[in-house]
Design a protein around this ligand. Sequence first.
Ligand SMILES: Nc1ncnc2c1ncn2[C@@H]1O[C@H](COP(=O)(O)OP(=O)(O)OP(=O)(O)O)[C@@H](O)[C@H]1O
Length: 231
Amino acid sequence: MITIYNLSKTYNSNTVLNINGLSIPKGQSFGLVGNNGAGKTTLFSLLLDLINPTTGYIKSNNIAVHECEDWKPFTSAFIDESFLIGYLTAEEYFYFIGELRGVSKKEVDALLATFEDFFHGEILEQKKYLRDMSKGNQKKAGIVATFIGNPKVLILDEPFANLDPTTQFRLKKIIKELTEKRDVTVLISSHDLLHVTEVCERIVVLNKGEVVKDLATSEATLKELEAYFAG
Ligand SMILES: Nc1ncnc2c1ncn2[C@@H]1O[C@H](COP(=O)(O)OP(=O)(O)OP(=O)(O)O)[C@@H](O)[C@H]1O
């Protein structure tokens, strides 16, 4: 589904990402971990064509993402609050995303109804702009917006950060259900090794922009990652 070819990103002679090759098959739940500055957001930004690679390219479903926009209809992402529109309420934002993705208001409402638990009464009917919501609630809105229109590739940068424990638990369940059908390729970055090993079947560790581990998640993975990061 996603293939990376000789990809690198350099800022002022500082190479922050350097991946020779990496393939993420359709339907895989893929976790990306690494210390601050390891290059996780850089990789996601390249995947979304938000920045230009210094060398190489990425193909998503055989489409080179830097060459045309055809990957956008099946790709959804929440990287940070810049993906939101601050002067809209959550409902207005969801309907706006629905319009972009050809999903009617009625269908958006039906989808939102399935996230009632996840929203925990704090997102809908708040008469509040997204910019005035707490960081955690902004994140909830941003994450749920990515589910509108049944994307085939879902990219979530640190989805568990800023969420309360109940919401983290609910999000893990949602992601697991999504990936169980093997239809959606989910890419998640996280600093939370426990969460990421629980929801991802494969974990890649980045260190200074390079892939240093590529693990099929097993019972031993959490311990292996803890040992690695403990140094
Ligand atoms: N526009 C830029 N100009 C210069 N350096 C940049 C720029 N954007 C990112 N970097 C650098 O690239 C490196 C990788 O950053 P990136 O945000 O991808 O790391 P990360 O793994 O997501 O980190 P974190 O866990 O802290 O979010 C960092 O050293 C960062 O300072």
